[in-house]
Ligand binder design. Structure first.
Ligand SMILES: C[S@@+](CC[C@H](N)C(=O)[O-])C[C@H]1O[C@@H](n2cnc3c(N)ncnc32)[C@H](O)[C@@H]1O
Length: 227
C-alpha cells in the first residue's frame, strides 16, 4: 500500500470490503454508496480502481472547498466501470451521463439503481453506451459537456487513438477534462500525453488540491482542455 494512501484501496479486493454495506468507514459521499463488483474478478470494469476513488474524492473535495462548481453542470464519464465516480458527481449536483462498453452497462445500471434510488438527488444520472472512437449519441455532445471525467481509462496503448478521438468529439471550448491515471505503466501514459498534446493543453492537478485523506503516489490526475 502506498505510504500516502490512507484508505485500503490498493487492490480491487480490499475495495470490495471497504465499500461493502456492512463495513463502510469512508466518509461523506461514500457513506451512502453500496457498490456491486460482481463479475469476473480482475476483469476491467467489474472492479473499482484506486484512481476512481481518488478522482471521486478529489471532485468532492474541490466542491466542498469552493474550487469547483458542479451543481447543474453536464458531466460525461468515460469507461465508468462500476460507476462510483459518476455517482459521486451526481451527489454533488451534476447532470451526469455515465458511459461504457455495451457489455458493461448492466452492472453499471444496477449500481446506479442501487445507490441513487433512495437518496434525494441534487443532480441526475443516466447510463449510455459509448465505445471510444465510435460516434457518440447526440445526447452526449449536444450540448457539449462542461466536464468529461474518467479514471483508469489510459491503460492500453491500442485504445489511445480511439480515446483521444472521443475526447475531441466530446470537447467544446468550455469543456474541462479530468483524467485520473494509475502509474502502473509509464510508457502508456507517456504515449497518451504525447499524442494528446497535439490537440489539448494538458496540466497536472497538484496533490495539494486533492482530498487530503485520499492521496496516492501511484495515481495522477490530469486536466485537459481543447486547444
Ligand atoms: C480499468 S477500468 C476503469 C473503470 C472505472 N473507471 C474505475 O476507475 O474503476 C477501464 C474502463 O474502461 C472501459 N473501456 C475500455 N475500453 C473501452 C473502449 N474502447 N470504449 C469504451 N470504454 C472502454 C472498460 O470497460 C472499463 O470500464
Amino acid at each position: 500500500m502506498p505510504s500516502s494512501l490512507k484508505l485500503p484501496c490498493n487492490s480491487p479486493s480490499t475495495l470490495v470490503a471497504t465499500l461493502s454495506p456492512f463495513f463502510n468507514p469512508l466518509p461523506h459521499c461514500f457513506e451512502i454508496l453500496d457498490f456491486c463488483f460482481k463479475g469476473t474478478p480482475g476483469v476491467t470494469g467489474a472492479v473499482m480502481w484506486d484512481s476512481g476513488v481518488v478522482l471521486g474524492k478529489f471532485l468532492e473535495h474541490a466542491v466542498d472547498s469552493g474550487m469547483l462548481v458542479l451543481q447543474g453542470k453536464k458531466i460525461v464519464e468515460l469507461g465508468s466501470g462500476c460507476g462510483l465516480v459518476g455517482c459521486i458527481a451526481t451527489l454533488l449536483g451534476s447532470e451526469v451521463i455515465v458511459t461504457d462498453l455495451p457489455d458493461r452497462l448492466r452492472l453499471l445500471r444496477k449500481n446506479i439503481e442501487t445507490n441513487m434510488k433512495h437518496v434525494s438527488l441534487r443532480g441526475s444520472v443516466t447510463a449510455t453506451e459509448l465505445t471510444w472512437g465510435e460516434d457518440p449519441d447526440p445526447e452526449l455532445i449536444d450540448p457539449k459537456p462542461d466536464f468529461v471525467i474518467g479514471s483508469d481509462v489510459v491503460y492500453s496503448e491500442g485504445a489511445v487513438v480511439d480515446l483521444l478521438e472521443t475526447l475531441m468529439q466530446l470537447s467544446g471550448p468550455n469543456t474541462t477534462i479530468f483524467l485520473a491515471g494509475e502509474l502502473r505503466n509509464d510508457a502508456i501514459l507517456e504515449y497518451f500525453l504525447e499524442a494528446a498534446m497535439d490537440n489539448f493543453t494538458i496540466g497536472r492537478v497538484e496533490q495539494t488540491l486533492w482530498h487530503p485523506d485520499y492521496c496516492s503516489n501511484r495515481v495522477v490526475i490530469y486536466v485537459l482542455v481543447k486547444k
